[in-house]
Design a protein around this ligand. Structure first.
Ligand code: GLA
Length: 387
C-alpha cells in the first residue's frame, strides 16, 4: 500500500468533517492458498494477506452516530448505527461499532466519524469486507485507547459481518487480515483457532476474471445450510460429530452411504479439502512447491465438481494455466466468480508463457482481458500515523 491511500483517507476525513482524524489503521485483503469452504466447517485454511489494503481514518462523533465517507463515492452519510435498516458499507461499520460497544471498547463518545480509502477490489473474492471491518475495528479501538488484541479485533470484525450484516462467513478472512505476517501464509485451524505462520514460497499470480456475483453471499449461506444438514445426518453415524471437517477421512464409504445428493458432494469436498490443506501446509513449510501446486489443481476440481462454487471463466483460467505449465491454479475465496490464484514455475520465460496463454485463452472466449497481477504475502492490520 502506498502512503497515497493513507493521505487520501486523512485528506477526505479533513475535507468532509473539517477536523483532523485522531486515529488511523489499515488492513489487507487476502488470497487463500488452500482450504476453501472449510472454515465454517471447522477445518483448516491457509491464506496470505495481499498488498492491497483498506485504510480507515477515524474520529469521535455524538453518541449513536456514525458519519461515514469513502473515496469510492465521496458521498458522506450520517447513520444512526443502532438502527436495523442500514445497507452497504455502513452496515459493516455499524456492526463494528456495536460490537466494540459490547466489549466496552471503541470511541468513548459512543459515536464515530470514519473516512475509508481502499485498493482492495470488491467482489473479487479477496475479502474486501474483512479488510474494511478489521481496519475499522483497529482505528475505532484506538480512539478508546487501543486495548484489543489482534485476535479480539478479528472477533469484532467477524461478528460485525456474521451477526450484524448476516453473511454466514467463516473466520478465515478476519483472522488473516488481523494476524497475517509478511512473507508467510497463515495456517489456521478454524475449530481450535490454533495458528502458525508458514513461509510462503513460490511466485504467484492473481487473475481477476472480473466476474462479480452479487449472489455470492446468498450462495454461501445456502452452502452453509447444506453443510449443517449433512452434519445432522452424519450424527446418526457418529453422535459426537460437531464439525463436518472432523469426519474421519478413512470413513468415506460410510459418508457416501449416509448422505443423499447434494449433501454427499458437499461433504466429500469439505473432508477432502481438509486433508489437502493440512498436507499442503506441511509441503509448503518444507519447500515442496511442485507437490503443493498439484494440490491447488485438485482443490479447484473439488470446488468445481463437488462444491459447485466455480464459474466457467474461473475454469478456463485454471485450464489455460495448467496447459502453459503452471505448477498449480485454483479459484480463491468463496467462488462463483472472482479471481484465480496461479502458482508459477521458476524462470522468466515460462512465467511469460503462462501469462500469455491465460490472456489469449480468456480474450478469445470472452472478448476482454482479465486483470493479472503478481501476489506478495504481506502483513496484517497495523496502526497508521495520522499526520
Ligand atoms: C468467503 C467467506 C470465508 C470463507 C470463504 C470460502 O470468503 O467469507 O469465511 O468461507 O468464503 O472458503
Amino acid at each position: 500500500m502506498s502512503n497515497f491511500m493513507l493521505q487520501n483517507a486523512a485528506a477526505l476525513f479533513r475535507a468532509t468533517f473539517g477536523v483532523a482524524p485522531l486515529a488511523a489503521a489499515s488492513a489487507p485483503g487476502r488470497v487463500n492458498l488452500l482450504g476453501e469452504h472449510t472454515d465454517y466447517n471447522g477445518g483448516p485454511v491457509l491464506p496470505i494477506a495481499i498488498e492491497a489494503r483498506t485504510v480507515v481514518a477515524a474520529g469521535p462523533a455524538d453518541e449513536g452516530v456514525l458519519e461515514l465517507v469513502s473515496t469510492r463515492d465521496g458521498q458522506p452519510q450520517r447513520i444512526d448505527y443502532r438502527s436495523d435498516r442500514i445497507t452497504g458499507s455502513g452496515a459493516y461499520l455499524a456492526g463494528v461499532l456495536r460490537e466494540l460497544a459490547a466489549q466496552r471498547a471503541g470511541p468513548p463518545t459512543g459515536g464515530a466519524r470514519v473516512a475509508v480509502a481502499s485498493d482492495v477490489p470488491i467482489g473479487a473474492g479477496l475479502a474486501s469486507s474483512a479488510a474494511l471491518t478489521v481496519a475499522a475495528a483497529r482505528a475505532l479501538d484506538l480512539l478508546g485507547g487501543g486495548r484489543l488484541t489482534a485476535r479480539q479485533l478479528a472477533g469484532v470484525a467477524f461478528r460485525a459481518e456474521h451477526d450484524h450484516v448476516g453473511v454466514r462467513c467463516g473466520i478465515m478472512d478476519q483472522m488473516s487480515a488481523a494476524l497475517a505476517r509478511a512473507g508467510c501464509a497463515l495456517f489456521l485451524e478454524c475449530a481450535s483457532l490454533a495458528s502458525r505462520h508458514v513461509p510462503a514460497r513460490g511466485r504467484m499470480l492473481l487473475v481477476d476474471t472480473g466476474v462479480r456475483h452479487e449472489l455470492a453471499a446468498g450462495a454461501l449461506n445456502a452452502r452453509r445450510a447444506e453443510c449443517e444438514a449433512a452434519v445432522e445426518r452424519l450424527r446418526l453415524e457418529l453422535p459426537e460429530l460437531r464439525w463436518l471437517a472432523s469426519w474421519p477421512a478413512g470413513w468415506l464409504l460410510r459418508l457416501k452411504r449416509s448422505l443423499p445428493e447434494p449433501l454427499r458432494s458437499r461433504a466429500l469436498h469439505v473432508v477432502g479439502e481438509t486433508a489437502r490443506t493440512r498436507f499442503g501446509a506441511q509441503l509448503l513449510a518444507r519447500g515442496y512447491v511442485k507437490r503443493f501446486g498439484l494440490l491447488l489443481f485438485e482443490s479447484h476440481e473439488s470446488c468445481r465438481r463437488l462444491y459447485e462454487c466455480s464459474a466457467p471463466e474461473l475454469d478456463l483460467v485454471v485450464a489455460a494455466a495448467r496447459r502453459a505449465g503452471a505448477l498449480g491454479a485454483r479459484l480463491t475465496g468463496a467462488g462463483w466468480g472472482g479471481a484465480v490464484l496461479v502458482l508459477l514455475p521458476r524462470g522468466k520465460t515460462v512465467e511469460a508463457k503462462v501469462v500469455r496463454h491465460i490472456r489469449r485463452a480468456f480474450t478469445v472466449a470472452y472478448a476482454r482481458e482479465p486483470a493479472i497481477s503478481s501476489v506478495r504475502a504481506s502483513g496484517g492490520v497495523r496502526r497508521e500515523p495520522v499526520r
